[in-house]
Design a protein around this ligand. Structure first.
Ligand code: ADP
Length: 301
């Protein structure tokens, strides 16, 4: 098959691995810089132009769209969908997953376990908001944050109030969340492909830190997850409409709770921790499922 990888940087580990694994399986792989795609919006024969040429003949695309280019990246992917190219993850699902509030609302609606979470717009409501989610200690998160940046643990209600006030003063969108202290600074990244968790790793925050992100110095190791965790991750992926994603789960006293569903999960940490050929499994899924015009939402927003 001819498969495009939408990625801004061909040197990134995940992109390199996807190129390598795709070629190994006999596919023709092209890395396409998302931001260099341009297009005209027409109802007949929509096309994508790239570096002076029209991109043709792609059977499937693998979107690796970074958080900072979600808006444009989703538009490019929609155009591919309108052309009938099979997307590994659909644009609608990616856009959904990038909005933390929307994601949590969708997951809650389907009864997926979540940390108690609140959000408000007006500083006048802070005290009641904090009470509503059960009081301190609390985790406060910037909605636009990634890789653990903008995630703050506040030990007391007073501290929580001040941090919420400060963020609101900066016009930042935030959410306020129950702190799952029993997770002990660890979370579980479940790598989902289709209706299976193909790999799981435990990420442990470094000493004195509660955020387990590898970018924040966390360490990864393979873990055996419970059937409940497995089904929670698979259901969360399904609710979001993502074929391939990373579902981050915390072990709480009230069972597994989902923190986040990541539509462009990195391969490096999980392949290193588990020794599995995840990139190969991604192609296995594409080979089984890619058909022209198979997009459920046909490029809708
Ligand atoms: P980001 O999307 O920036 O990675 P997350 O919401 O995933 O932000 O939070 C980063 C890390 O902080 C998580 O991996 C987890 O280890 C920790 N964390 C986040 N929320 C909570 C919570 N409610 N309780 C306990 N730990 C949390």
């Amino acid at each position: 098959m001819k498969i495009g990888i939408l990625s801004r940087n061909r040197r990134l580990y995940s992109t390199r691995r996807l190129v390598e694994a795709g070629r190994q399986r006999g596919h023709e792989i092209q890395v396409i810089d998302t931001l260099r795609c341009y297009m005209n919006i027409v109802s007949h024969r929509p096309a994508i132009h790239y570096m002076g040429e029209i991109l043709t003949g792609c059977d499937a695309v693998i979107p690796r769209i970074g958080a900072s280019v979600t808006f444009y990246g989703a538009a490019v992917l929609r155009q591919f969908e309108m052309m009938g190219v099979y997307p590994l993850n659909e644009s609608v699902a990616i856009t959904r997953s990038r909005d933390k509030l929307r994601s949590l609302q969708l997951l809650a609606r389907k009864g997926i376990g979540l940390p108690v979470t609140g959000f408000a717009h007006s500083p006048d409501d802070i005290q009641d908001l904090i009470k509503m989610v059960g009081g301190a200690p609390l985790v406060i998160k910037l909605l636009e944050g990634t890789q653990g940046i903008g995630v703050v643990l506040t030990e007391t209600a007073k501290a929580a109030e001040s941090v919420v006030e400060a963020f609101m003063g900066l016009k930042a969108n935030i959410l306020v969340q129950e702190y799952i202290s029993e997770a002990n600074g660890a979370d579980i990244r479940c790598f989902v492909i289709g209706d299976r968790v193909v790999a799981a790793m435990r990420r442990q925050a470094k000493e004195g830190e509660f955020r387990s992100n590898l970018h924040r110095g966390g360490t990864a190791s393979p873990i055996k997850i419970t059937p409940e965790e497995r089904s929670t991750a698979v259901r969360a992926a399904k609710v979001m409409g993502l074929n391939v994603c990373g579902v981050d789960v915390l072990r709480s006293n009230h069972g597994p709770v989902v923190m986040e569903v990541n539509s462009s999960p990195g391969l490096e940490g999980v392949e290193a921790a588990t020794g599995k050929d995840i990139a190969g499994m991604v192609y296995e899924f594409i080979e089984k499922n890619a058909r022209p015009h198979r997009t459920r939402t046909k490029g809708k927003g």
